[in-house]
Design a binder for this molecule. Structure first.
Ligand code: OXT
Ligand code: ADP
Ligand code: MG
Length: 568
């Protein structure tokens, strides 16, 4: 053995960096501070892209959507206790939405934390994280870094993807070990998300049910978009001839203008279908749990394709569960369809098309209005054209009216181009998603934001300018949450849902060197967005929207509890 002085050494800092790189994890979204500042510097020096945010929640949302877009776990890096907690919302969000992500957080001294002696940023982070994520691990020894990261990667991406917490106590970073042994301790994860083939019986059962349908429907969810089995899904839908309904983030998986798309006939297909095949979509609140008024009174049979067996029968009976990864399941279905597959009855497909065309025709004139101030439809009509002309741009969308109306108006043409509030309907994903979308795909990004929604992550416009990202933010500024017109009749404070009137969000962008534009008409909006998309310069457009135009909670006002004691 070489004498001690000549031995090549490595340490926790370097081993974590090497382990990340070995597994192709080349981007970190985070906020620096004790005990991870030097780690971030060293990672950057070692060629990892380290994007430094203004708040960990936004870095976390960025990591979560990076996971959705790439099928690799998005990495978020935070400091102890408060930084960790700021990132935790995003970790829980990733888990809820089935996005693979790893929240790596520095933590304080175990000995002090466990005796609750009041260390700097003391918190038992592992215990706090555990109920909110898919798995949580702590690494205490440098020689376990390789295995620890391998476990985190597998937990995040295999089976149903989700958020994983990785706890790295401050002391770990400086731990020294022999470099050669260190290299040997690293693990390159082989086949991190192994294919999960469906049982042949389950495939046959599903096809039998589908074949017997008179009014079949396919619902595509964001799990189908995540799976990146775009060709197989398209072939299956087209060979079956069945109308399909995309959930919000599955829009564009097949183009919204596809002749079989039933997005604009949503109520009709939910009510009148007799067999519904779910592909990577859960029967949660967004689908009214598969029962009740929106599903009509016709008896329904559900077929469900999902990688998570426990998802079956979660809300209603699933007569044909197909458990496996979507690529494998859809391929097996295609193989099982054989040469001749009966097209669905023409009266059904014609009825769906009729309803769709009716709704599209009803909306068309509203999209061309040139009202000043703009209403949602006038402004969205312009954005819809811009996305049609730039189908590879990524659309980020949050708000209430701004979300619900944009979802309906803006057709998507390619898979994974629409990223929005997801399963929780959460405000605050906007700027984090925009940053990660630009970084991970290199495509131009258009973020369409309610003025309230934007406020949850607005400070990250500095981050967008700092990294000079091709992001155009359009704020639908209607002076508040849902509508900008509430008044408080009981005192001088403004009503709880309104903001400063006629605020100029565009000036925020100018403060950091980006382009700011105030747009009051659809024409001005169109010019400004096109200029931003052409130049790729960070741009923020304050789109002035009629404060009376929106409705309470957008399309989900029915979820607001009502007081039985009406206003006095
Ligand atoms: O078939 P029918 O006839 O029914 O018609 C349907 C379609 O067929 C048709 N359609 C079309 N017609 C023509 N052409 C086309 N192309 C077309 N496409 C579709 O249109 C109708 C409607 O279709 P849709 O939308 O598909 O169907 P529907 O019935 O709406 O679907 C139901 C749902 C549930 C699937 C759908 O509505 C949905 O996905 N909803 C998601 C809702 C959501 O998640 N909302 C966000 C949360 S709201 C609230 O909680 C907010 N907060 C509180 C808060 C939150 N969220 N988070 C945090 C951290 N803190 C607080 C806040 C603070 S929103 C909010 C801010 C709001 O203010 P902003 O200023 O930001 O925004 P503004 O409202 O703009 O002011
Ligand atoms: P949406 O909100 O679009 O309806 P959900 O998030 O409710 O979609 O559902 C996504 C579903 O997709 C989850 O149940 C998840 O287990 C499943 N899923 C995710 N990835 C895959 C995959 N590769 N193969 C099969 N199912 C998947
Ligand atoms: Mg608003």
């Amino acid at each position: 053995a070489a004498p001690e002085a000549e031995r090549e050494l490595t340490d926790g800092f370097n081993l974590i960096i090497d382990a990340l790189k070995l597994n192709g994890l080349d981007t970190i979204y985070g906020v620096p501070g004790i005990p991870i500042t030097d780690f971030g510097r060293m990672a950057q020096a070692a060629g990892i892209r380290v994007l430094s945010f203004r708040h960990e929640q936004n870095a976390g949302y960025a990591a979560s959507i990076a996971g959705f877009l790439t099928k690799k776990p998005g990495i978020c890096l935070t400091v102890s206790a408060p930084g960790f907690l700021n990132g935790l919302t995003a970790l829980a969000h990733a888990t809820t939405n089935c996005f693979p992500m790893i929240l790596i957080s520095g933590s304080s001294e175990r000995e002090i934390v466990d005796l609750q002696q009041g260390d700097y940023e003391e918190m038992d982070q592992l215990a706090v994280a555990k109920p909110l994520c898919k798995a949580a691990f702590r690494i205490l020894h440098a020689q376990d870094i390789g295995i620890g990261l391998a476990r985190a990667i597998r937990a995040a991406v295999s089976g149903r993807p989700g958020g994983v917490y990785l706890d790295l106590p401050a002391k770990l970073f400086g731990q020294v070990m022999d470099a050669e042994e260190g290299r040997k301790s690293l693990v390159k994860v082989i086949d991190a998300a192994p294919a999960q083939l469906p049982a042949p019986d389950s495939v046959k059962r599903a096809l039998d049910v589908l074949k017997g349908a008179k009014r079949p429907l396919i619902i595509l969810g964001k799990g189908a978009a995540y799976a990146q089995a775009d060709d197989e899904i398209r072939q299956f839908v087209e060979r079956s001839g069945i109308p399909f309904l995309p959930m919000s983030m599955a829009k564009g998986l097949l183009p919204d203008l596809h002749p079989q798309c039933a997005g604009a006939a949503r109520s009709t297909v939910l009510k009148d279908s007799d067999v519904v095949m779910l592909i990577g979509a859960r029967l949660n609140w967004l689908l009214s749990h598969g029962k009740g008024k929106s599903w009509g009174d016709q008896p329904k049979k559900f077929i469900q394709i999902d990688i998570e067996p426990k998802e079956m029968d979660s809300n209603v009976e699933i007569v044909a569960p197909v458990v496996g990864d979507i690529g494998s399941c859809v391929s097996a279905l295609l193989a099982g369809m054989g040469g001749a597959w009966p097209v669905p009855p023409a009266d059904w497909t014609a009825a769906v098309a009729r309803k769709r065309d009716e709704n599209v025709a009803k909306m068309a004139p509203r999209l061309m209005n040139n009202n000043v101030p703009m209403d949602y439809h006038g402004a969205l009509g312009v954005l819809r054209t811009i996305i049609a002309e730039r189908p590879d741009a990524i659309l980020i969308n949050e708000g209430a009216n701004t979300l619900d109306l944009a979802r309906g108006v803006i057709d998507m043409h390619q898979p994974r181009k629409r990223l929005d509030v997801g399963t929780w309907g959460v405000m605050g994903i906007g700027m984090g998603y925009a940053i990660a979308a630009a970084v991970e795909t290199g495509k131009p990004v258009l973020a369409v934001e309610g003025d309230s929604a934007f406020g949850f992550s607005g400070m990250e416009v500095e981050t967008i300018c700092r990294y000079n990202l091709p992001v155009c933010v359009v704020i639908f500024n209607n002076n508040g949450i849902y509508r900008g017109t509430d008044v408080n009749t009981a005192g001088d404070d403004p009503a709880t849902t309104v903001f400063v009137k006629d605020a100029r969000y565009d000036r925020m962008m100018e403060a950091f060197g980006g382009v700011g534009v105030n747009a009051v008409s659809p024409d001005e909006l169109k010019r400004a967005v096109n200029a931003a998309m052409d130049s790729g310069k960070p741009t923020l457009i304050n789109a002035v929207i009629d404060p009376t135009a929106g409705s309470e909670s957008g399309r989900i006002g029915n979820l607001n509890p009502q007081s039985a004691l009406k206003k006095k």
